[in-house]
Design a protein around this ligand. Structure first.
Ligand code: SF4
Length: 924
């Protein structure tokens, strides 16, 4: 049994006399069944009483296996020997965060702010972990070292390291692993279980520590759905966690924080077995592994004559329920701190500041943000408005993190069918074979499927044999989705299901960007960002674009900007062309430019425009799957000789990357004269800052009247930096006011509703565009209701959830009418607000017709566009509230636009009623 629900009352812990002696307890009232049942009292006994100290009313509490008692006609509960007590179970704390919290709660906070920096110990740690994984998968040691050192070429180059030196260091660390494995530790009993990684015959075929033969698993992803912890164990052997540390430890015992980390994995392994129904222990079904192993790889590199202490690299320790419960209480303290929005001060624990290697950072952050800290503070606080901004956005980012955690919870809260319906999973896959590749990783294949999902090639997902948290699951990279589904993983798994794996990476990077902007940003920059000084511009002569005044003014503004310039580009106004011209003009002035955008697609489009303008001296940062094929020849391969790689990066006058990549540890090491950032209207402030932080000046290009920032929560992140600055500094912005896409009739509504009527066709030819002008098209062949350039059709359908079958059928008729009139299928696009309706329509319309959501249509155009609104009766839901999405949908068409929807629903909202009037030709 599990009690779970919101807490309504918390009593302070107290000590009582029991027949076993004095014991601590704390009584908590909660509403079981997730708040549905009447309040009940649960007594937290012993050490669990400490949890009451971090608990507040309103927080969610979960107690497993409580003892039930009748008391004065009321059922009360108390923790039992096997109970686990979990605060805010849906808040998934990462194992590494529990580790840093145990060192000092404030260190956990500081790590969140500064992210993982690029330094040699971090890169070395990653390399040794990768080699460890390869050894467990049976790969040759030297091949593994060579391969991974080459992979890290760019990072090592930035650190000024050469390949030989690093290879030697990795080899020294790997010797500990090698020695440990060859000492027969694989058998666990010192016996010979066939493990040998140094077969003198040179024959690899009898290696016996492959995953299936010796029950080793390298790099196991674990999510504890009851205990609110997630993590990735370095290795698991016969159910026992093994953690690798690339430092030294000369004591007999593992370091406490390392034990804590291993104990977290032990708990997660036990939880996974329990959820899978394979737990056997009587201890509340917890089946905890009773030992853990820490492997300190530097120990074997030390000289026995110079060092004293225990130089053994591998240190085993026992894991009891006392340690595991302690770990969980620490995790609870983190979850409660985050739920309250508190900032840890360091006083929560007894870490000694004088021994802390984060002391300087800790004091600087306290000083700059005027925070209380156990270490004290140095320096002057940033102005109040900056602290207020930091706090507001910090809270918003953490809210976004909670939304990501809610996505995690759906991994187990939703059934397979529900996840498939939500496009979050591909289920019921038919495995057709696994193959181990030369690099030791596994290629898993399943028969192709025509099911729709958000999963795309290049994504990192969870591949499982049936359930992502209760079955066997592996983090996988999607290589192909058709004709077969192919993914790669560290370990083999029967490929029956793929799930979207929510990532906190963008949240983490937003936090780091916010930290860098407020705490490390120049005062000059911040004066503009915080409205204390208007942006300044210098003078320049000359014309950059001679046939479009607004575009020319935009480039001039950008190149003369001493702080920032803002270019608003409504649909079809040549925004990408102007952006490319701006980049060229900056390079011509001898500046080094960072070219960035929210999506890979926009980055590649900008590079394509640069190439069309005769400029191709750029490097592209990104993954092979993320970058478009025709740009791949400019991709900066991070693999190779460190010196060469870093020269390539540093000598390029233009470096192009998504804003997400700008937060990477590689780009955080780079600096530029100017950052030109596209799709700025779709970026949150902190995501924009990730790119802005890397340059002296910045140019934001976007349109806040089109798609807004992509965030899950309703908070300060919804407003882009672009929108804020355009409103604050209209004199620093230019509106590109001539559009080259839509006929006059089509552009009218968008121009009036979103651009104060300032948007105009660039030429009479554009204004007068007609379907008839297309080769082979006879507009007279269209039914009367589709003859106008903008039309409306009401199919009299009925929406069921996010689909409307009758409307989908009517869309097909409309599309077929255009095709019958001679329009090519490739010239027709259909836009629907929901993926489900996209799928419904996609099944009906002929091949070659593009059908997609608004978001995926942004940036593209078609001769003919049909928009399906789906909703009937009323316009419920946020998708209809944000009119900017409609602006995108209505501005994709060049010559014909047909709106298909329920007139009654659309007329229920003044904005849509106006749109309907325009579509019916009553206003134009
Ligand atoms: S300096 Fe003190 S308060 Fe700050 S992180 Fe270190 S131990 Fe914690």
């Amino acid at each position: 049994m599990t009690l779970r629900g919101p807490v309504v009352e918390v009593n302070d812990p107290r000590t009582v006399e029991t027949r076993y002696g004095e014991r601590e307890l704390a009584e908590v009232r909660l509403r079981p069944d997730g708040g549905a049942a009447a309040p009940a009292t649960v007594t937290l006994w012993g050490k669990w009483a400490e949890t009451a100290e971090v608990l507040d009313p309103g927080m969610e509490l979960l107690v497993t296996d409580p003892e039930e008692r009748e008391w004065n006609g009321e059922t009360t509960y108390g923790t039992s020997k096997g109970s686990l007590v979990v605060v805010e179970p849906d808040f998934l704390v990462d194992v590494t965060d529990v580790r840093s919290w145990v060192q000092c709660p404030r260190m956990y906070y500081l790590n969140k702010l500064s992210g993982v920096p690029l330094n040699y110990p971090v890169v070395m740690g990653t390399l040794v972990h990768e080699v460890f994984g390869d050894l467990l998968r049976g790969r040759d040691l030297e091949a593994a070292i060579d391969d991974h050192v080459a992979d890290a070429g760019l990072e090592l180059g930035l650190l000024g390291r050469d390949r030989e030196e690093v290879t030697d260091d990795v080899r020294r660390n790997a010797r500990a692993i090698e020695g440990w494995l060859s000492q027969g530790r694989l058998g666990g009993d010192g016996g010979d279980d066939g493990a040998s990684i140094d077969d003198p015959s040179g024959d690899d075929s009898n290696r016996d520590f492959g995953p299936e033969r010796s029950e080793w698993r390298s790099e196991q992803t674990l999510v504890g759905e009851r205990v609110g912890i997630k993590g990735r164990a370095d290795a698991v052997r016969r159910g026992v966690p093994v953690e690798l540390k690339t430092g030294k430890n000369l004591r007999k015992e593992p370091r406490f924080q390392d034990k804590v980390q291993a104990a977290c994995y032990a708990l997660l392994l036990a939880e996974r077995d329990r959820a899978a129904g394979t737990a056997t222990a009587s201890d509340g079904g917890r089946a905890l592994p009773d030992t853990g192993t820490l492997l300190y790889t530097k120990n074997s590199a030390l000289d026995r004559n110079e060092e004293t202490g225990d130089l053994t690299p591998a240190k085993d320790f026992s894991i009891g329920s006392g340690l595991v419960n302690y770990v969980l209480r620490q995790r609870n303290a983190i979850a409660a701190t985050e739920a309250r929005g508190d900032v840890p001060t360091g006083y929560e624990a007894d870490a000694k500041c004088e021994y802390c290697f984060e002391r300087d950072t800790c004091m600087v952050v306290s000083g700059r943000l005027d925070q209380e800290s156990k270490a004290g503070s140095v320096g002057r606080a940033v102005p109040e408005e900056e602290r207020e901004y930091f706090d507001r956005l910090y809270r918003a980012i953490e809210e976004e993190r909670r939304e990501v955690h809610r996505e995690y919870a759906k991994l187990w809260e939703q059934t397979a069918a529900e996840r498939a319906d939500d496009d979050r999973a591909l289920v019921d896959l038919e495995p057709v074979g696994n193959r181990q590749r030369d690099d030791g990783r596994w290629e898993l294949r399943a028969a192709g499927t025509d099911a729709v999902s958000k999963i795309r090639e290049g994504d990192v997902v969870l591949a499982s044999d049936g359930h992502p948290t209760r079955g066997t699951a592996e983090l996988a990279r999607v290589e192909r989705l058709s004709p077969e589904v192919v993914v790669t993983t560290d370990e083999p798994v029967e490929l029956r299901r793929l799930d979207v794996y929510p990532s906190e990476l963008s949240v983490d990077r937003m936090l780091t960007a916010l930290h860098d902007a407020v705490l490390k940003g120049s005062t000059e920059r911040k004066d503009v960002l915080f409205g204390r000084r208007a942006p300044r511009f210098s003078e320049t002569d000359g014309t950059f674009i001679d046939n479009n005044d607004a575009q020319d003014r935009a480039v001039r503004l950008a190149v003369t900007a001493e702080d920032c310039a803002l270019i608003q580009g409504p649909p079809g106004t040549g925004k990408t062309y102007t952006l490319a011209r701006t980049v060229r003009a900056l390079v011509e002035r001898g500046e080094r430019v960072l070219l960035s955008a929210f999506t890979n697609r926009a980055v590649d489009n900008a590079l394509e425009a640069l190439r069309e303008q005769g400029f191709d001296d750029f490097v592209r940062i990104g993954t092979e799957t993320g970058i478009r094929e025709d740009v791949l020849d400019h991709r900066l391969d991070p693999r190779g000789d460190p010196g060469e790689r870093v020269r390539e990066l540093r000598s390029a006058p233009v470096v192009a990357a998504t804003t997400a990549s700008c937060g990477s540890r590689i780009l955080r090491e780079c600096s530029f004269d100017a950052a030109v950032i596209d799709e700025a209207g779709q970026l949150t402030e902190p995501a924009t800052l990730a790119a802005v932080n890397l340059a002296d000046r910045f140019v934001l290009v976007g349109d806040h009247q089109q798609l807004p920032p992509v965030v899950r929560s309703e908070n300060a992140l919804r407003r882009s930096l672009f929108e804020r600055l355009v409103e604050r500094y209209p004199e620093a912005s230019v509106l590109l006011d001539r559009q080259y896409r839509m006929s006059q009739r089509i552009q009218y509504f968008s121009s009036t509703a979103f651009y104060d009527g300032r948007l105009r066709p660039a030429t009479p030819e554009v204004a007068g565009r007609r379907l008839d002008d297309l080769d082979g098209v006879d507009a007279d062949a269209l039914p009367t209701e589709l003859r106008d350039a903008v039309t409306f059709v009401d199919p009299d359908g009925r929406a069921a959830g996010n689909t409307n079958a009758a409307e989908a059928a009517r869309v097909r008729e409309v599309v077929e009418a255009y095709l019958a009139a001679g329009v090519a299928p490739g010239d027709v696009g259909v836009i629907a607000p929901f993926r489900a309706q996209v799928a419904e329509i996609g099944r009906r319309v002929p091949a070659g017709v593009a059908v997609d959501t608004v978001d995926r249509f942004q940036g593209s155009a078609k001769e003919v566009v049909v928009v399906s609104f789906v909703a009937t009766g009323s316009l419920d839901g946020p998708i209809f509230e944000d009119h900017r999405r409609v602006n995108v949908a209505l501005t994709r068409a060049k010559r014909a636009l047909c709106l298909v929807g329920d007139a009654a629903a659309l007329e229920s909202d003044p904005f849509y009623a106006d749109m309907l009037d325009w579509a019916r030709g009553r206003s134009c």
